[in-house]
Design a protein around this ligand. Structure first.
Ligand code: PMP
Length: 448
């Protein structure tokens, strides 16, 4: 137990004096005071509380608040914060050396485990990197090298990290801040990036027809998680699979968010559609910086040193990251928390929807496994344009009201919420009580 957990806590998570001082100090030396843009709370208003520690489903702020956490480090904390076996594994590994930049036995054990668990990796190979961004940009380079083609297709509102070629109609922070592309990306870097609306198979067909023999790959989140949470419609993933096979393009599922979250083998296991390649991140590192990309052997054999596609990394396969990842995967394999996670998350989403309805607030809810989202709008949300139709002012108010009542949500309408195995009855009850008040505040602001 850390000191911050032993101290008596309140549940008002809004930045207090200490967080505001820390944010002011940060802003002087870190752009916007943050090392990743969405953390700045720009779209929900207010200042971010600074985090001191975390345990199970709770995070503790520098101002002494205990908050139910639905960010979970943006996905990695599926087992909750500070799971003992994972922390112990990291400490043990650290005592043997932090990094060697050379071969270790554990990397192979980890790769073997991944090749058992993730359908696209079975019989194939996997390469470890240090972030989701590295995984996707490396996978795309490889897909281009393998096919000898240049063009790639991505979805509007899909986020695959911040490589130049992928900052086109990107979701996540770019969506939150209304940045359609990014300054500093040369036109040449994105000429070969084609975008299609999510869940629209006909648009993908049209792209292939307009660019015959030129499409190297489709990169897609099999459940979109960076425009809020948007599941694939029936037949969408199957259709992408068929099209890529017919056209000789590489189908890449970016499962950085969905991997080990919506099923042990990710969305590809859940929906029974196996891509040619897959990208992993977040949970795979159990909270440490780890990513991976892998897939069919004949494709992976094109990477250096076996083949002509270059990709490298000083810290790739880092012993601490591998230790945390392995310990996390072992727990997931042994405990199979997925049915319970599904049940908890579904019940949470339903209860939130009931409270919204009670207060006359329009909310469109999506949920798959342990990821969920409530869009402040009516109707269904199937793509980025639907998501953008949400009332982001109401979301901002809801976010502030939830924070003031002890619930820490991602500070953007265009992000998913994440439930961990440690979100128990008490944490959920606290969340629902807060939501009741927060929806009431939204209703009041609308004069409802
Ligand atoms: N792909 C997806 C689907 C993601 O959600 C993210 C991060 N949110 C990334 C790639 C990039 O990962 P990272 O932030 O580790 O670079």
């Amino acid at each position: 137990m850390t000191a911050s957990e032993q101290a008596p806590h309140h549940h008002d998570g809004r930045a207090g004096e200490r967080s505001r001082d820390l944010f002011a100090a940060a802003r002087a030396v870190i752009p916007g005071g943050v090392n990743s843009p969405v953390r700045a709370f720009a779209s929900v208003g207010g200042e971010p509380p600074f985090i001191k520690s975390a345990r199970g489903p709770y995070i503790y702020t520098e101002d002494g608040a205990e908050l139910v956490d639905y960010v979970g480090s943006w996905g990695p904390a599926l087992l909750g914060h500070g799971r003992e076996e994972v922390v112990e594994a990291v400490i043990r590994a650290a005592r043997s050396g932090l990094s060697f930049g050379a071969c270790t036995a554990a990397e192979t054990v980890f790769a073997e485990r991944l090749c058992e668990i993730v359908p696209a990796l079975r019989g194939g190979m996997v390469r470890l990197v240090s972030s989701g961004t590295e995984a996707t940009m490396s996978a795309l380079r490889l897909a281009r090298g393998y096919t000898g083609r240049s063009k790639i297709i991505k979805a509007e509102g899909g986020y695959h990290g911040h490589a130049d070629m992928l900052l086109v109609a990107a979701g996540s922070g770019a969506a939150t801040l209304g940045i359609p592309g990014s300054a500093g990306v040369p036109a040449a870097a994105v000429v070969d990036t084609l975008t299609v609306p999510y869940n629209d198979l006909e648009a993908v067909k049209r792209s292939f027809a307009a660019n015959p023999g030129e499409i190297a790959a489709i990169i897609i989140e099999p459940i979109a998680g960076n425009m809020g949470c948007v599941p694939p419609v029936a037949g969408y993933l199957e259709g992408l699979r068929e099209l890529c096979t017919a056209e000789g393009a590489v189908l890449i599922f970016d499962e950085v968010m969905t991997g080990f979250r919506v099923a042990l083998g990710g969305a590809q296991e859940r929906f029974g559609v196996t891509p040619d390649m897959t990208c992993l991140g977040k949970i795979i590192g159990g909270g440490m910086p780890v990513g991976a990309y892998g897939g069919r052997r004949e494709i992976m054999e094109k990477i250096a040193p076996l083949g002509p596609v270059y990709q490298a990394g000083t810290l790739s396969g880092n012993p601490l990251g591998v230790a945390a990842g392995l310990a996390t995967l072992e727990i997931l394999v042994q405990e199979n928390p997925y049915p319970a996670l599904e049940k908890t998350t579904r019940a949470l989403v339903q209860a939130l929807a009931e409270r919204a309805a009670k207060h006359g607030v329009e909310l469109s809810s999506n949920q798959v496994g342990a990821m969920f989202c409530g869009f402040f709008r009516g109707g269904e949300v199937r793509d980025y344009s639907d998501a953008k139709g949400s009332d982001t002012d109401s979301f901002g108010l809801f976010h502030r009201e939830m924070l003031a009542r002890g619930v820490y949500l991602a500070p953007s309408q265009f992000e998913a919420g994440f439930v961990s195995v440690t979100h128990d009855g008490a944490a959920i009850e606290q969340t629902l009580a807060a939501a009741d008040g927060a929806f009431a505040a939204v209703a009041a602001s609308k004069g409802a």
